[in-house]
Design a protein around this ligand. Structure first.
Ligand SMILES: C[S@@+](CC[C@H](N)C(=O)[O-])C[C@H]1O[C@@H](n2cnc3c(N)ncnc32)[C@H](O)[C@@H]1O
Length: 223
């Protein structure tokens, strides 16, 4: 979806500075300060067309949310959604995730959501995977004490890779599922990707934190 050229994307983004910011990587800006007061802050990285984060923000008006997406042509679909149904607690950010540590105060995020991140199956692209050890090290700096990463994928190999990188990073697993849609969970918010491809096979989920603890004692769900 990202390769499609949407000629009016840049113009639309510039017209809505209250709803979306486009960052190249060297701007001097602290996204925490884009909201009127400091409240819990949750971020989705690779938000696509924004259905997940918009639903989340709408249902949780007492905390703030940021959707990060790399491509103009994709995030303008989220922008159209926010124009139709504005939410004061949701900001869209067009940026590459690799620059995020410049734009947030350390230890200021309550949750990082990674929903159906691109698996980048080729070894030479490993560094682009959003659960690569370099990204995990960055998330560790950004998450507040007790903060969590919530990761969903339909790709078994990417799930296994992410389990290994998170385990090696010393993360504690709070929830694991090998078939999320078979669990009796009422709080799952379907993403666009999940709705489209979730019927083809199981959805895997990991919730993990950098808190101290023993994985054997804490894992719930059908791991
Ligand atoms: C497969 S789509 C999933 C979109 C959405 N989360 C969903 O579940 O429907 C992955 C998205 O992550 C974005 N993405 C990939 N790498 C990124 C990066 N380094 N920074 C920000 N976004 C990225 C892609 O542009 C794409 O829109």
């Amino acid at each position: 979806m990202r390769l499609r050229n949407v000629p009016h994307a840049k113009k639309l983004i510039v017209r809505h500075p209250d709803k979306i910011v486009s960052l190249g990587g060297d701007e001097d800006i602290l996204l925490n300060e884009r909201f009127p007061k400091e409240r819990p802050l949750e971020v989705e990285i690779g938000a696509g067309k924004g259905r997940f984060i918009h639903t989340l923000a709408k249902g949780n008006p007492t905390c703030d949310h940021i959707a990060v997406e790399k491509y103009d042509s994709v995030i303008i679909r989220a922008l159209e959604r926010v124009i139709d149904d504005p939410l004061p607690n949701l900001l869209l950010v067009r940026a590459d995730a690799e620059h995020l540590d410049r734009f947030f105060r350390p230890r200021s995020l309550r949750r990082i959501y990674l929903n159906f991140s691109d698996p980048w199956p080729k070894k030479r692209h490993e560094k682009r995977r959003l659960t690569h050890p370099d990204f995990l090290a960055m998330y560790k700096e950004l998450l507040e004490p007790g903060g969590r990463i919530e990761f969903k994928t339909d790709n078994r190999k990417f799930f296994e890779y992410s389990l290994k990188t998170m385990n090696r990073a010393g993360m504690r697993f709070l929830f694991l599922s090998l078939d999320l849609h078979s669990e009796e969970l009422s709080d799952n918010i379907m993403t666009e990707f999940e709705e489209r491809y979730g019927k083809n096979g199981p959805i895997y989920k990991i919730t993990a934190s950098f808190e101290e603890g023993h994985n054997e004692e804490t894992v719930q769900g059908t791991a």
